[in-house]
Structure formats: C-alpha cells, structure tokens
Design a protein around this ligand. Sequence first.
Ligand SMILES: NC(=O)c1ccc[n+]([C@@H]2O[C@H](COP(=O)([O-])OP(=O)(O)OC[C@H]3O[C@@H](n4cnc5c(N)ncnc54)[C@H](OP(=O)(O)O)[C@@H]3O)[C@@H](O)[C@H]2O)c1
Length: 276
Amino acid sequence: MQQTAGTGIQRSVVKTLDGTLGKRALITGASSGLGLEFAELLAAQKVNLVLAARRQEPMEKLAVELRRKHGVDIVVEPIDLATPGAAARLKSNLDGRSIQIDILVNNAGYGLHGEFLETPLDRTTDMIQLNIMALTELSYVFGRDMAARGSGHILLLASLLALQPVPTFAAYAATKSFVLAFGEALHDELRPQGVVVTSLCPGHTETGFDAAAGAPVSPMLRLLTMKPRPVAESGLRALSQGKASVIAGFMNNIIAFSNRLTPRSMQRATLKRILG
Ligand SMILES: NC(=O)c1ccc[n+]([C@@H]2O[C@H](COP(=O)([O-])OP(=O)(O)OC[C@H]3O[C@@H](n4cnc5c(N)ncnc54)[C@H](OP(=O)(O)O)[C@@H]3O)[C@@H](O)[C@H]2O)c1
C-alpha cells in the first residue's frame, strides 16, 4: 500500500491555477520523476514551458507529447545546472529569445546515500552546487524579474529530510534544510512584491531518486512511498494558494508532526533505521 491523494486534489489544482493561461513556466529537472509531473500538470492548464535538465531526449519526447495533447509552446534546454554560472547562462539565453518566466519550478536535485567520509568529496560538492547554488541563483535571476513586474510564482523542492539531520544522507538532508529555510524566508520577503514562493517537502516518492542516490528502499520506506503525481499536485496547489510551504501526503504530515515531539537524537536514530 502506498500513500495516495484523491483526484479532488487534481481538480482543485486545475481550478486554482486557471489564471495562468498563456503564462510560461521553467521546470528544472524536467527529464524525469517529479519534473515530468509538473510539466504535465502545468501544460494541462495551458501554461507554456521551458524544460531544463541534462538529458535532452526524454525532454524532447515529453515536449512532443504535451504539444500534441495541450497545444502549448515548449522550449527544451539541455543544461548541466551543477556547473557554476549555469543559471545566469540559462537566463541570458532565454532573454535573448524574449522568453519571460512567470512560474519557476526549482526541482532539479539529487541525493547521495552513504557515509560522508566514504563518498568522494567531488560528488558531495557537485550535489551542493546543484541543490543549493543553482537553486539560489535561479531564484535570484528569475525572482528579480518577477519582482520588477509585480507578479510571479516560485516553487522550491525541499524534502521531508529537511526537518532533521539524517545520518547516511548527511549532506543531502542539509541541502534540503537550506532550501526550506531559504524558501520560507523568501516567501515573506517577496510577498509584498507580488511574488509567491512556496517550498514543497515530499517524503519518499517513486522517481529516479533512489537510483541516483544509490539508496536501498527498506520495507518500511516502501510503505511510506508516494506516487509522483499527487506530490506534484500538492506542490502546485500550495503554490496557487500562496502557502509558504507544504508537506506532501497525509502520512508525511503525521511524521513531521510527531517529529516535533521527539528529541533530535531520537529523530536521527529512527531515520538511520529507516534509511540506513
Ligand atoms: N523522490 C523522492 O523521494 C524525493 C523526496 C524529497 C525530495 N525530492 C526532490 O525532488 C526533486 C526531483 O527529484 P525526483 O525525485 O524527481 O528525482 P529524479 O527522477 O532523479 O529527477 C531528478 C531530476 O534532476 C535533474 N538533474 C540532476 N542533475 C542535474 C544537473 N546537474 N543539471 C540539471 N538537471 C539535473 C535530472 O535530469 P538529468 O539527469 O537529465 O540532468 C532529473 O530530471 C529533487 O530536488 C529531489 O531532491 C525527491
């Protein structure tokens, strides 16, 4: 059994994002997992898209399908966002083609499972570059334009692991703590300028994440696993409702709540058992 969310969520996403007609979203990490779902959901609402990730082929395939199904305009941008300055290059490339971004889905990211000292340092710093630096730079370059126009939406992909330290996911969980704290602070800073910033905290979700992280999936974790569609829906719904942050799924909300009542040493021990 998996955590699910009802179709009512999908209906409400469609309804609340109606005002996005003709707008354009940039979705990073659009070649797999949650990125594909964000693309499908936004295209279904007639939002034009820019898809960005390293692998061009799955994005081109998705673009063909979504153009045919929804008649939206889609630009595919193959890019390694973990290279320094990538966000600025992407922005000036889009500026050069007069492409304006109204919705930024800062989704590209990955985890690294294992002991910190056993993991080659360049893998950890590459992950930090993507999960923190690229996300921050993208929020800056596109957020400034949105603030100048007095409107815009930014969705940041944090994680349930942002809520506590996680042995065997030490650096990854810390990058997501950054994302959540950064996103909630930006929410308050940018709201008066007409820009909504929402941080989405998914729990374990069926995507390419485990393969990229090299992480085993314990039977208990399998029980808590969500499909990517309801996770993406809950993020877009929270964004359209102007929320600072949202945790996807009922069970993940229970976990987050019980976390608050638990000493941090116990939180670490429990997560090590589930994820280690
Ligand atoms: N799945 C989960 O359990 C879970 C839980 C909490 C949070 N999250 C977060 O959700 C987000 C989406 O991940 P996912 O679960 O959908 O995993 P996924 O299926 O592995 O997707 C990750 C995406 O990030 C892109 N990406 C990775 N490195 C990149 C780079 N250097 N430059 C540009 N794009 C890059 C990948 O595309 P390319 O390989 O083509 O570049 C892919 O499209 C991540 O931020 C992740 O941390 C996931």
